[in-house]
Design a protein around this ligand. Structure first.
Ligand code: ADP
Ligand code: MG
Ligand code: MG
Length: 200
């Protein structure tokens, strides 16, 4: 695994490509249970990250650039949430010149904790946590990033029957059931990018 700055630059290049490719789909998901801006918002954040990627510096610097881009350019619920996750991951990797797999796990744990603290949601609330939580569980149990990404995709799909308890979709109550959560879908793309770039 290349967990250094170059690995993380690859993660965000891959994430941006996946988001661009699925932007219309993410917006379609958000049109059903939200305000139809998840694709465009995530695309703005991902493109701003590409423009801000530092050529020099460590993994923490790359994640900090991503955090600032999402906080500055995305808005809504998902901008501050992704921004917080990336910022916590950056802090966890500060001064790690050659991050290990343990460091990666700690960083992702810290990112997840940031999501929970910021959004006050729990797994099962039909949010991005439903992709992050099973992915992290798998990794914690010693699974590969590929398995974690698969768990994230399963978590995404499992949001479909759920009733949303957090975010804009919760305003719909029971009517939010029957649709995949957009943030869980974009999070599954993030875990795919991690697996592809750091383990591929
Ligand atoms: P907005 O709803 O403000 O337009 P987005 O459309 O960009 O923001 O993002 C919506 C996604 O954000 C949801 O699909 C959900 O995954 C996630 N989300 C919303 N509120 C929360 C929360 N409190 N905790 C975790 N994730 C949340
Ligand atoms: Mg929205
Ligand atoms: Mg919005």
């Amino acid at each position: 695994m290349r967990l250094t700055a170059e690995g993380w630059r690859t993660v965000f290049r891959s994430f941006a490509a996946k988001i661009a490719e699925q932007s219309a789909y993410l917006t379609e998901l958000d049109a059903a249970i939200g305000d139809a801006d998840h694709g465009s918002g995530m695309e703005r954040g991902a493109q701003a990250t590409l423009a801000a990627l530092p050529e020099e510096g460590d993994a923490a610097a790359v994640l900090k650039a991503a955090a600032m881009s999402f906080i500055g350019k995305v808005g809504g619920a998902s901008g501050p949430l992704y921004g917080t996750a990336f910022l916590r991951m950056s802090s966890a990797l500060t001064d790690k010149d050659e991050p290990t797999r343990e460091d990666l796990l700690s960083a992702l744990e810290a990112g997840y904790k940031g999501l929970v603290e910021r959004g006050k949601a729990e797994p099962g609330d039909k949010t991005m946590l439903d992709a992050w939580f099973p992915a992290l569980e798998g990794l914690r149990a010693g699974g590969s990033l590929q398995n974690a990404a698969q768990a994230a995709r399963q978590g995404r799909d499992a949001t479909a029957p759920l009733v949303a308890r957090k975010g804009r979709a919760s305003y719909l109550g029971e009517r939010s059931a029957g649709h995949i959560d957009p943030g869980a879908a974009s999070s599954a793309l993030f875990w795919d990018a991690l697996a592809e770039s750091l383990e591929g």
